[in-house]
Design a binder for this molecule. Structure first.
Ligand SMILES: [Zn+2]
Length: 218
């Protein structure tokens, strides 16, 4: 499983094809992943709707699936995660691991400023703490030619133009630029889900999903 050196001792991973299908319904595969990473399940997730809502995973009723696109947590040893197959997964933590967040950022979520919303929720829990982030595998500019609506939506929130090449948008780079502009130390890991061969890709016709997950150390 793919990890970021920046997140250090904070338990986290980005899964891919090798870990199988990690949709909500795939209980055995989810349990295998959490066991491999040394933090027992369950993995708290949300019903992702391409919006800007961030939920407090410590207060989630495990029997209720809430509509949101990011989770924050401060309780130790409890996984939070987002499912993706081309959209951008972003994992964040306080540098000392006291708080973590997982974000699902497709173009609509990116344009809705979901990453800044998650940064705000993290900072409210650990004021003054330096933050770190890892942007995981997603569809990259090589495979993502878009229309005006997407370019305008991303341009409204992402600084600079390093994420734009003609009509090709690199959402991982856009989210990296947003995180950096907020003072978050950030690393992009992995490649393009559409053409990289190691990940599930919605645009390539895959119904399966990979998971980005993170936990406060126990
Ligand atoms: Zn590609």
């Amino acid at each position: 499983m793919l990890r970021s050196g920046l997140l250090g001792a904070v338990p986290h991973a980005f899964t891919g094809r090798a870990q199988g299908d990690l949709r909500r319904t795939q209980a055995a595969a989810l349990a295998a992943v959490s066991a491999t990473l040394g933090v027992a399940g369950p993995i708290r997730t949300v019903s992702q709707v391409h919006g800007q809502r961030v939920v407090d995973a410590d207060k989630l009723d495990p029997d209720v699936l809430v509509e949101a696109d990011a989770l924050v947590a401060t309780r130790p040893a409890r996984w939070i995660g987002v499912r993706v197959a081309d959209c951008v997964p972003v994992l964040l933590c306080a540098a000392d691991g006291r708080a973590v967040a997982a974000v699902h950022a497709g173009w609509r979520g990116t344009a809705a400023d979901i990453v800044r919303a998650a940064i705000g929720e993290l900072r409210s829990r650990v004021p003054g703490a330096p933050l770190r982030a890892a942007v995981g595998p997603s569809i990259r500019g090589c495979c993502y030619t878009v229309g005006d609506e997407v370019i305008a939506g991303v341009a409204a929130v992402a600084p600079g133009r390093t994420w734009l090449d003609g009509r090709r948008v690199d959402l991982a780079e856009a989210n990296r630029a947003i995180l950096a502009s907020e003072g978050v130390v950030v690393e992009v890991v992995g490649g393009c889900t559409r053409c990289g061969g190691r990940w599930w890709s919605h645009r390539a016709g895959d119904a399966e999903r990979q998971l980005a997950l993170i936990a406060v150390p126990g």
